[in-house]
Structure formats: structure tokens, C-alpha cells
Write a protein that binds this ligand. Structure first.
Ligand code: HEM
Length: 136
């Protein structure tokens, strides 16, 4: 049976253990090398701080998938990425998710098709919520 929340939770645990920071560090390497425009966006960023911020915000994304009610934290992050602020485009969100899938493929030894689907399904509500601020 395709139980995507269970598959996602198990894969996420494998991906972040024993060292969560190395998963996120590799994710940012892949994201930044995916597109020169994204490399430019992070040119002056303190990546150690950025990794910490993303580790925390992944929890907000997962909670949003469970509740479909945006927390104050996820709303703030979405506004900060949105129109007239960071101006992150829908295309960049797609590259972001593809980069995360590539990272899981590298790091989760049990990665396969249904694991990829479970990450895409679980991330989709948060990504769609964030994307809705591209136009606001
Ligand atoms: C679900 C997707 C995403 C989440 C959860 C997320 C999360 C975050 C968080 C928590 C911060 C730190 C905010 C702060 O400093 O207070 C941040 C900053 C940032 N994000 Fe995202 N982000 C996402 C998608 C993206 C995408 C798609 C891009 C562009 C490709 C992007 C580019 C940036 C940039 C440029 C910053 C500012 C870095 C700096 O301070 O120099 N983010 N993001």
C-alpha cells in the first residue's frame, strides 16, 4: 500500500541521521549549482545560518501539510520570499523541490520512485502556499 506520509517520515529520518546539517549542506550545494541566478541570490548569504533556518522551516512546511493552516512562521517566510521582497519565482520553487529530491536520492539509501512521490506529495502544500505569494 502506498502510505505516503509513512514513506516520507521514514525517508526523512534516514536523510537527516546521523547528521542533519550535512543533508541540508548538500541540498544547498545542489540548489546553488542548479542555476546561476540562484547562485547569485545566495552570494552574500551566511550558509551556516541559512542551513539552521531551513532546518527549522522544514518543520513548519511539514506541519502545514498536516493542518493546511499556515503558522505565523510559515506566513512570515512566505511573505519574505514573495512579491516586492525576495521575489522568488514559481520556477525557482520547482528547482528548489527538484534539488531536494536529488539530495534525498544521494543520501537516502532506500530512495526509489515511491519515496520521491512521497516527498513531492508532502512538500506540495507548503510549496503551493509559498508560491501563492509570488503574485500577492
Ligand atoms: C519551501 C521552500 C522554502 C523555504 C521553507 C525557505 C526558507 C527560508 C528561510 C527560513 C529563510 C531565512 C529567513 C531569515 O533570514 O529570516 C530563507 C531565506 C532565503 N531564501 Fe528561502 N526558502 C524556500 C524557498 C526558497 C527558494 C525557492 C529560493 C530561491 C531559489 C529561496 C531563496 C532564499 C534567499 C535568497 C534567502 C535570503 C538569504 C539571505 O539572507 O542572504 N528560498 N528561506
Amino acid at each position: 500500500m502506498k502510505r505516503y506520509r509513512k514513506h516520507f517520515n521514514n525517508s526523512f529520518q534516514r536523510a537527516i541521521s546521523p547528521d542533519a546539517r550535512s543533508f541540508y549542506r548538500r541540498f544547498y550545494e545542489i540548489l546553488i549549482s542548479a542555476d546561476p541566478r540562484i547562485k547569485d541570490l545566495f552570494a552574500k548569504t551566511d550558509m551556516d545560518r541559512q542551513i539552521t533556518m531551513l532546518m527549522q522551516s522544514m518543520t513548519h512546511i511539514m506541519t502545514f501539510s498536516a493542518t493546511l493552516e499556515p503558522s505565523d512562521e510559515i506566513e512570515k517566510i512566505a511573505v519574505a520570499h514573495g512579491k516586492n521582497q525576495l521575489n522568488i519565482t514559481a520556477e525557482f520553487y520547482d528547482i528548489w523541490l527538484d534539488s531536494m529530491i536529488k539530495t534525498v536520492d544521494e543520501i537516502d539509501p532506500k530512495f526509489e520512485g515511491h519515496i520521491e512521490t512521497s516527498w513531492r506529495v508532502l512538500m506540495a502544500p507548503g510549496i503551493e502556499y509559498m508560491k501563492s505569494f509570488c503574485k500577492k
